[in-house]
Design a protein around this ligand. Structure first.
Ligand code: SF4
Length: 466
């Protein structure tokens, strides 16, 4: 077993290597993991691997893992158990664990699953080829050392041909007391604006219409990059980046996630209201509706500040959609503090809220605190919250009825191939028949005006507008 040191990636352009067999990637967790998996798939294809038809006949199996909550972490172990058994009868099989569980557990994972060939943290995703070459030399590899993320030149194997994730900042320097991300994804590393724009230009040339800029804490983009303006303002902020990439021809829509209220500025809100391609959907986690809980979470803002951000957005973009993340039953959260969360959700009227009960995570301060709440309280508060969130999402959808919405067609409805599916600029999934009243049919990649005539809690239905 060797622990790797920093090595540069030798690019190889469009000349796939000999057939190395087939690969299968299973991705758990967030968009950052999905984007990492797309890049790792691109590297494997460039090395000469083909995508396997099923997990059980792949020659290389890679699990890109998540540890944001305990149940997410536990998932990978059941998958690994099956593959470890398979490996005992097929020794050529390569088993790889990537992502946040790999970073969190490192060598301990090899003790738990000795059949593993490679354990690699998120910062090493772009180095997959180098690490697999070491495996091919007969080594068992653990790559979890802090690492400067190198621009990857291989072409990501993207799931969509229309919408693309574009990483702009990796890692997080915040220290939210419940969160495992900083310890598994490391310090913030912003990509250079020019490298980001080049990637977006290449995507546009390939026909991509929508990009989503990604970062765990995207509003902090650029704070590790040099550059202060004459007025002392930081250059290379997310707002500057949005202006810089906005003119890429062919890209119709720009989105970004995930935001942090601590860094969400009025300048950013103004830019989003001025730049036509910026979609009117903002994902800004508030986590709790109570200031004492926010203080103990070390979130770095108050509910009053949060509301000011949302009301400024609604002032400049009245139709904007707001989504969020919330944690209930954080250690010590009282019933009345929980009611503050309920109250905030009613007051803001979120289009969507991702809900979770607090889950103690390794290497996080809150996991060691004495006032952990019982499972029953977690289950009850989550249940009450989910009922409310769904009710409000449906109420919020009423505003779409009989409205004409612009939909970017992303796919054919798998359940009905006479229907297309895509999202509004406000990120609402919408289904509609692919032909208009003159029997003209539309397809993936088209921007279509749809008249909304049906609402559900988290999606819409309609017909192509006359
Ligand atoms: S901002 Fe907080 S919750 Fe978000 S990734 Fe960073 S530490 Fe975690």
């Amino acid at each position: 077993m060797i622990s790797t040191q920093t090595q540069t990636i030798q690019p190889r352009f469009n000349e796939p290597m000999k057939n190395r067999g087939s690969y299968w990637i299973t991705t758990f967790g967030c968009q950052m993991n999905k984007a990492d998996s797309e890049r790792m798939a691109g590297i494997l294809r460039n090395m000469g691997y083909e995508e396997a038809s099923t997990e059980l006949n792949a020659d290389l199996v890679l699990y890109n893992t998540c540890t944001i909550r305990d149940n997410a972490e536990q998932k990978v172990y059941s998958y690994l158990g099956r593959q470890a058994q398979r490996k005992r009868s097929s020794p050529h099989l390569k088993l790889v664990v990537a992502g946040c569980v790999a970073q969190q557990e490192g060598e301990a994972l090899l003790r738990r699953v000795p059949e593993l060939d490679l354990v690699m943290g998120p910062q090493h995703a772009n180095r997959l080829e180098t690490l697999l070459n070491q495996v091919d030399n007969g080594q068992q590899v653990v790559a979890t050392d802090e690492h400067k993320i190198i621009e990857d030149v291989t072409t990501a194997r993207r799931d969509s041909k229309i919408c693309a994730w574009v990483n702009v900042i990796y890692g997080c320097n915040e220290r939210c007391t419940y969160c495992v991300v900083p310890s598994v994804r490391g310090k913030e590393q912003s990509r250079e604006p020019k490298a980001i724009k080049l990637e977006i230009e290449k995507l546009a040339q390939k026909g991509y219409k929508e990009i989503t800029l990604l970062g765990q804490n995207i509003d902090a983009y650029g704070r590790d990059l040099p550059g202060i303006t004459s007025s002392g303002r930081r250059q290379n902020t997310l707002t500057d980046l949005l202006y810089f990439i906005h003119d890429v021809q062919g890209i119709e829509r720009i989105r970004f996630a995930t935001s942090h209220p601590r860094y969400f500025t009025t300048r950013l809100i103004k830019a989003c209201s001025e730049l036509p391609k910026l979609c009117e959907h903002f994902h800004i986690p508030f986590q709790s509706g109570n200031n004492d809980v926010l203080r103990r979470m070390a979130r770095g803002y108050t509910i009053e500040k949060y509301k000011r951000i949302i009301y400024k957005i609604k002032e400049l973009m009245p139709n904007a959609a707001i989504s969020s993340d919330v944690i209930v039953a954080f250690p010590g959260e009282t019933e009345s503090q929980f009611k503050n969360t309920i109250q905030l959700i009613k007051e803001i009227g979120f289009d969507q809220v991702n809900t979770a009960a607090y889950s103690p995570r390794p290497n996080t301060p809150a996991a060691k605190w004495p006032d952990q709440l019982p499972e029953e309280v977690k289950v009850n508060r989550l249940k009450e919250l989910n009922i409310l969130v769904e009710k409000i999402a449906r109420q919020r959808n009423n505003r779409y009825i009989n409205q004409i919405e612009e939909i970017l067609v992303e796919n054919i409805n798998r359940k009905n191939n006479e229907q297309l599916m895509g999202r509004t600029r406000t990120n609402r999934l919408t289904f509609f028949p692919k032909r208009n009243h003159q029997n003209k049919s539309y397809s993936i990649g088209d921007l279509v005006k749809v008249e909304i005539n049906e609402i559900r809690s988290f999606s819409l239905g309609g017909v192509i507008a006359k």
